[in-house]
Design a protein around this ligand. Structure first.
Ligand code: NDP
Length: 246
């Protein structure tokens, strides 16, 4: 039996990109998946694909920025499988822009999804993990959680926040045997670029995608963190395309 086999994994942002690839990789290793995102049709298709390969998955349409929906997601996992071993907070959006453009709705949305969504996820699983004195919270940040450039102000800010939140969680819950992992991808070819409304910025990002990784590269990093023995916590992984400088 491998170390992923049988683990109950809640995964947000499972309808595309890194989340979808992670769902497939973990399900193939025997994880029991709880898939979440807003696009229910995509989740349904993914659940069917996983089941056709012999895997196990349930899904629930969930907006991570609505706290009650994250609580319901944790409830689904407990009602279905009786436990939660891993939460992967992966859902995120990246509408990059210059601050002077005052795209205030996009600022708000990024903070709601990328920061509050992560907090609501942690809040939803922590009582159960503390009670069991075991669990693993994996938060997908970014290399932009380490460095900042023009147009990344709010997005980077949310990813710096995700790293800060995860490190504090690690310190607070180490004595409860709860592991934390920060995953920091570099460029990955996904739908994330679609959330950019500044056409010039979007073109620049699209132009950099020729060296981008496939989502599976990040999925394997997540699987590696989960598959470590219980006493080993992989606290952070940065995965960049070899040719990416920043
Ligand atoms: P995608 O756009 O392909 O996937 C984003 C996922 O998040 C989708 O499944 C989307 O589903 C979901 N999502 C967005 N908003 C919400 C919401 N309010 N509630 C629930 N789910 C939501 O992009 P990626 O796979 O690239 O992104 C995954 C993570 O990786 C993000 O956190 C991103 O910041 C991070 N990342 C990505 C990098 C890259 O280069 N691609 C680099 C560094 C980090 P739906 O629309 O159905 O709700």
């Amino acid at each position: 039996m491998n170390a992923v086999q049988g683990k109950v994994v809640i995964l947000t942002g499972a309808s595309s990109g890194i989340g979808e690839a992670t769902a497939r990789v973990l399900a193939r290793s025997g994880a029991q998946m709880v898939l979440a995102a807003r696009r229910g049709e995509r989740l349904k298709q993914l659940q069917s694909a996983i089941e056709q390969e012999g895997g196990t998955a349930v899904y629930q349409v969930t907006d991570v920025s609505v706290q009650s929906q994250m609580e319901e997601l944790a409830r689904l996992a407990l009602d279905t499988y009786g436990q939660i071993d891993v939460l992967v907070n992966n859902a995120g959006i990246m509408p990059l822009s210059y601050l002077h453009e005052k795209k205030i709705k996009e600022w708000d949305r990024m903070i709601d999804v990328n920061v509050k969504g992560v907090l609501y996820g942690i809040g939803a699983v922590l009582p159960h993990m503390r009670e069991r004195r075991q669990g693993h919270v994996i938060n997908v940040a970014s290399v932009t959680g380490h460095i900042v450039r023009k147009t990344w102000a709010v997005y980077s800010g949310t990813k710096f926040a995700v790293r800060a939140i995860t490190e504090a969680l690690r310190q607070e819950e180490a004595h409860n045997n709860i592991r934390t992992t920060i995953i920091c991808p570099g460029g990955v070819d996904t739908e994330l670029v679609h959330t950019i409304t500044n056409e010039e910025v979007k073109r620049d990002i699209e132009a950099s995608m020729d060296i981008a990784l496939t989502p599976e590269a990040i999925a394997h990093a997540i699987a590696y963190a989960i598959s470590q023995p219980p006493q080993t916590a992989v606290n952070e992984i940065i995965v960049r395309p070899t040719r990416q400088e920043l």
